[in-house]
Design a protein around this ligand. Sequence first.
Ligand SMILES: Cc1cc2nc3c(=O)[nH]c(=O)nc-3n(C[C@H](O)[C@H](O)[C@H](O)COP(=O)(O)OP(=O)(O)OC[C@H]3O[C@@H](n4cnc5c(N)ncnc54)[C@H](O)[C@@H]3O)c2cc1C
Length: 356
Amino acid sequence: MKKVARPRVVIVGAGFGGLAAAKRLSGKAVDVTVVDCRNHHLFQPLLYQVATAALSPADIAAPVRSILSKAPNVRVVLDEAIGVDPLQRLIELGSGASLEYDWLILATGARHSYFGRNDWAANAPGLKSIEDATAIRRKILLALERAESETDPDKRRALLTFVVIGAGPTGVEMAGAIAELARRSVSKDFRSITPHCSRVILIEAGERVLPAFPSSLSDAARRSLEDLGVEVRLRSPVLDVGSGYVQLGNELILGRTIVWAAGVEASPAAEWLDAEHDTSGRVFVEPDLRVSGQERIFAIGTPPMLLGRTAVRSRPSLPSPSSRASMSPTSSWGTPPSPSNIETSETWPRSAEAKL
Ligand SMILES: Cc1cc2nc3c(=O)[nH]c(=O)nc-3n(C[C@H](O)[C@H](O)[C@H](O)COP(=O)(O)OP(=O)(O)OC[C@H]3O[C@@H](n4cnc5c(N)ncnc54)[C@H](O)[C@@H]3O)c2cc1C
């Protein structure tokens, strides 16, 4: 008997969105291929704990293959998608291979955005991957170790100054966790570093921390940070970042550890499709999450990929790069989007993680 070809669904990205889609399609009459450039799914909300040595990488990462091992119609491919040909229904992969699809789900998430100042990245790494988290952890721990034996007071001060740029959720979490580590925990293990030696500075261009949350919560978060010893600098756009310094207006802050938590932009799916998108690379989707103008391609996941037409059209224009530098424009974690609020929601999904 002739075998009837089943629809081929390719999902690019095994983050919360991609895995949720793959699980929903498990056992259905389709052949699913999940492509990710990493072999592990990452629980990003706990990255800051890895960056501050409270958790190890293995605690927040799990092999994609194992997660999907019980889904007989789902296979996993370790590769990077580098392009899509919607006419041929082909995905080009970094390895040189290609994948054919009948239906494509793009769930590639977000990457750091330095608002046109990519030269800042080397000195102010962001926090999106295990590699980022372990690199930041190495910086923090080495700074503390070096400070312990540094005799020059200026060098020691710079080693013990930790700067976090951007007071969205990631920046607030990072600043709090660094303060706990640098001002509390290490005082037990080090001899010359006391809780008062370290400075943790959280820089925000806007009026308040957690700008996407109600102001009462922003105030409570700021007070909690200050209780931990974090210096919160509001209305302080970053003008420059270099090796060991951050320039704010007339003030030069010298600090060996600088963390970027000020912004993300969508992965380059919009470029692949030559699709209509906003300045952060977010594609426009229809209410059923189909990419506008594409019959067979959906975009799901982090809202940098997921804006309805209404939301984008009514959105005020973004501020200038310098004032955006600590605004965390897309770091607002809130209620999960549902089909009825997707068109107007710019919040990040909470739901997917609970289902994994
Ligand atoms: C530090 C941090 C803390 C956070 N804390 C919270 C929180 O407390 N609460 C909350 O609700 N949200 C939080 N978030 C946001 C939450 O993690 C994201 O909303 C969620 O991860 C988005 O899921 P996603 O599937 O869209 O993208 P992601 O989880 O980013 O997954 C995208 C996947 O696509 C893969 N990929 C990307 N490009 C390609 C390519 N070209 N080819 C192949 N694969 C590719 C990536 O490797 C990745 O596996 C946090 C995020 C960060 C960074």
